[in-house]
Design a protein around this ligand. Structure first.
Ligand SMILES: [Zn+2]
Length: 275
């Protein structure tokens, strides 16, 4: 088992990394072609998924990400991704939906474990792609504006998910081919243009902060009031993620750099009243 990647390297004068990089660099789709292929994946997911039933789906499961992985690997990567993962014995990889990602729309991590194998210690990589459901479900909800991910306008939630997932697949491809990945570097930009015709690496999905301002009229810095165990408390919004962090001045609170003491409360946005 452990000789697999070694023997590949010996047979191949370029070695596994250069061969992988060459394969990934050979992927090139004209923007029109990329659009056609992503649309096919859009239809296929609607067809195959028990959860994702419409463009603005309200349910999703982590196996939908796995479905997307296979559709993309076949449709864009000629099966290279699964092939490389298998070579590294990191297949199947992990897919997760995350409520905690409130700024990044997705995340791809590469974890290297040192394991013992036949008396030797070897590096065993593991990969995981997460997608933020907080951002996905905040978007195409109450806030009505144009949504752009990867430089492309998204018509609905499923298109936004696809653009997010494409970005994460490029991180995975870079990890597999180059051993590291950065979406602020030129290599990533080139791959994203050539494979998915992306025109950028950012997203403007609706964050909890924007959602709070739109739906509840609450912004960071606002004075607010809320009920806590029967008591009416007043404080200031310090941070907004899935809930608002509200600082309430109190003698037994923690000393902050402004010289005052505050207690910290995590309050659901709907329970806040602006003062
Ligand atoms: Zn990135």
């Amino acid at each position: 088992m452990s000789s697999l990647s070694l023997s590949l390297g010996e047979d191949d004068p370029l070695g596994p990394s250069l061969r992988r990089q060459a394969k990934l660099a050979s992927l090139l789709y004209a923007p029109e072609e990329a659009r056609t292929r992503t649309r096919r994946i859009y239809e296929a997911l609607l067809d195959e998924s028990p959860q994702v039933r419409s463009g603005n789906f309200t349910k999703i499961a982590s196996d939908d990400l796995e479905r997307l992985f296979h559709l993309y690997d076949r449709g864009f990567f000629r099966g290279f991704l699964a092939e490389m993962l298998q070579e590294d014995r990191a297949y199947p990889m992990a897919f997760r939906l995350s409520r905690r990602l409130t700024r990044a729309a997705g995340q791809t991590i590469r974890l290297v474990r040192r394991i013992k194998q036949g008396g030797r210690v070897v590096d065993q990589p593991e990969y995981e792609i997460s997608v933020s459901t907080t951002l996905l479900f905040n978007t195409f909800q109450d806030v009505d504006r144009e949504i752009v991910v990867g430089g492309l306008v998204c018509a609905d939630r499923l298109e936004a998910l696809q653009r997010i997932f494409e970005h994460e697949l490029l991180h995975l491809a870079e990890f597999l081919g180059w051993g590291r990945s950065s979406c602020s570097a030129e290599n990533f930009h080139a791959l994203s243009r050539r494979i998915f015709a992306h025109e950028g690496v950012r997203h403007d999905l609706v964050t909890p902060r924007e959602q709070a301002a739109e739906t509840f009229g609450v912004r960071v810095g606002d004075a607010v009031e809320f009920l806590m165990e029967g008591a009416r408390l007043r404080g200031r919004v310090n941070r907004i993620t899935r809930r608002a962090t509200v600082l309430v001045e109190h003698p037994s609170g923690v000393l902050f750099t402004d010289g005052r003491r505050y207690q910290t409360f995590y309050v659901p946005l709907a329970l806040l009243r602006k003062l």
